[in-house]
Design a protein around this ligand. Sequence first.
Ligand code: AMP
Length: 140
Amino acid sequence: MAYDTNNIFAKILRGEAPSFKVYEDEKTYVMMDIMPQTTGHTLILTKEPAANLFDLSEDAAQACVVTAKKIAPAIMKVTQADGIILSQFNGEAAGQTVDHVHFHLVPRYAGQDVRAHAKEQGDFEAIKVLAEKIAAELNQ
Ligand code: AMP
């Protein structure tokens, strides 16, 4: 699929749009989802200009999963969640709304449902605090 360099995640990666950044390395960028499905919903963005998994290089795919493995324990510690989902959507029919490859880390809390996908903006102050706490946990 053709990659649109003006998608919102491309703009965030270029520093042209704001984000609640958690972590960054050479190949990945981690930020809070601003429409969180649960408290602590985090996104791992590839830095590769790939719209979906089919276009993503093996190297970039590997980097995303390695970053997920690094970030997930910090999210669990900060949120005290009971579990966490790692997911990634490809195509509108699968729920993809931003055509730049990213993986979701969605903490799950026993007995609590998830909110609708990409629907309701979260509390930015609370999201900012979470981003700072997860980042601090990573730097322990
Ligand atoms: P997907 O539907 O898998 O493409 O996921 C896109 C995700 O990005 C959704 O969960 C949205 O809530 C989230 N999202 C959209 N715009 C932004 C943004 N500017 N900053 C952070 N998260 C965003």
